[in-house]
Design a protein around this ligand. Structure first.
Ligand SMILES: [Zn+2]
Length: 340
């Protein structure tokens, strides 16, 4: 699956990149901001790698170093494919001897350049790198042009780094998906609620007390009071996310902190982490919040035992379903492998 999605993603990004060159005469791969931030190549790298890494997640493969190595090879292929496809459409406009991108013009390979010889794929690219002036646009009015082989090769190196960084970024973002190493499955996730940042300390103290004493019922009634309040969302807040593995019944609450940034915008603090391991019974209740809310009204011991039994049987039937699903997925995967 990862290979198929990876190839689709690469083809899409190659087509998009060549289409931009066709329409604007400019190569997306070489678009950079402030001279050294290779925005175009980062974009190409990210979307070129997205399919491959997404495919790994969908097929429940943990993203490891070897996958980043495959990503590196794919990004080299991606650059070569874009350069070759662009070359394939590079022609000379006979009227003013300039380069145009067309599928039925006078192809560049019919020409020669002094000191480079016949402009085949490699010679043409070498010629372009060493002779294309790089424009510096400052305040969109003043500009300067520099043409020097060394600067040309330096910009190629920056574009190359851009594509690779884009690929790695795509992998790192997908790698953030929580993974259960015991079951070799990506965990399921669900956004539960938000709380105001001012409530933070109080909230965690209370929750820690309840979880450490194993009071899941009370913890559930505490958590189920919260929702997605718009007023809270506009202020500094924490987003509570549940991640769980249905197969081995482990679950965890994760909290993301959203704080005011320098532009008075609410932004996620990338360094904040606050995982709390919770009992799977609480997870099941949180997942079936509406249903469970009705049941907790009758808070007698008998009912609790009854609910537990029902939950138990749901768990058993769900586990059976998962095993079924895993089997089907394994079968599909082997079928795919055979096809490949
Ligand atoms: Zn598991």
């Amino acid at each position: 699956m990862s290979i198929i999605l990876g190839i689709l993603s690469l083809i899409a990004v190659i087509i998009a990149s060549v289409a931009v060159t066709f329409l604007t005469g400019f190569e997306l791969l070489h678009l950079s901001v402030f001279l050294i931030i290779p925005l175009g190549s980062l974009f190409i790298g990210y979307w070129g790698g997205y399919g491959y890494f997404k495919g790994l997640v969908l097929s429940n493969k943990y993203i490891a170093f070897k996958h980043f190595f495959v990503g590196f090879i794919l990004s080299l292929l991606c650059i070569a494919a874009i350069k070759y496809t662009t070359y394939y459409f590079t022609c000379i406009d006979p009227e003013n001897n300039t380069i145009i991108y067309s599928y039925n013009g006078d192809h560049i390979s019919n020409y020669e350049a002094v000191g480079y010889g016949k402009l085949d794929f490699l010679n043409y690219n070498k010629y372009m790198i060493e002779n294309t002036p790089i424009s510096f646009v400052i305040k969109s009015l003043d500009f300067a042009e520099i043409s020097h082989p060394m600067i040309g090769w330096l910009s190629v190196f920056i574009d190359f780094l851009g594509v690779i960084s884009g690929f790695i970024l795509a992998g790192l973002i997908q790698r953030k998906n929580p993974y259960c190493h015991d079951c070799k499955l990506y965990k399921k996730k669900k956004k539960l609620f938000i709380i105001s940042k001012t409530e933070k300390d109080n909230f965690f103290n209370q929750l820690n007390d309840l979880t450490s004493q194993g009071k899941w019922e009370t913890a559930y009634s505490m958590l189920s009071k919260y929702a997605f309040d718009k007023n809270v969302k506009n202020q500094e807040h924490l987003l509570c996310k549940l991640s769980y593995c249905k197969n081995c019944n482990i679950s965890e609450l994760n909290f993301e902190l959203y704080e005011l940034s320098y532009l008075k915008r609410i932004k996620k603090n990338p360094y904040y982490e606050h995982p709390i391991t919770i009992d799977y019974k609480l997870t099941e209740k949180l997942l079936n919040k509406e249903k469970a809310a009705l049941d907790t009204d009758k808070n007698t011991e008998f009912d609790e035992k009854f609910i537990d039994k029902v939950n138990e049987s749901i768990k058993v039937s769900e586990e059976a379903k998962i095993h079924e699903k895993v089997k089907v997925e394994e079968k599909l995967e082997t079928e795919e492998e055979i096809k490949l």
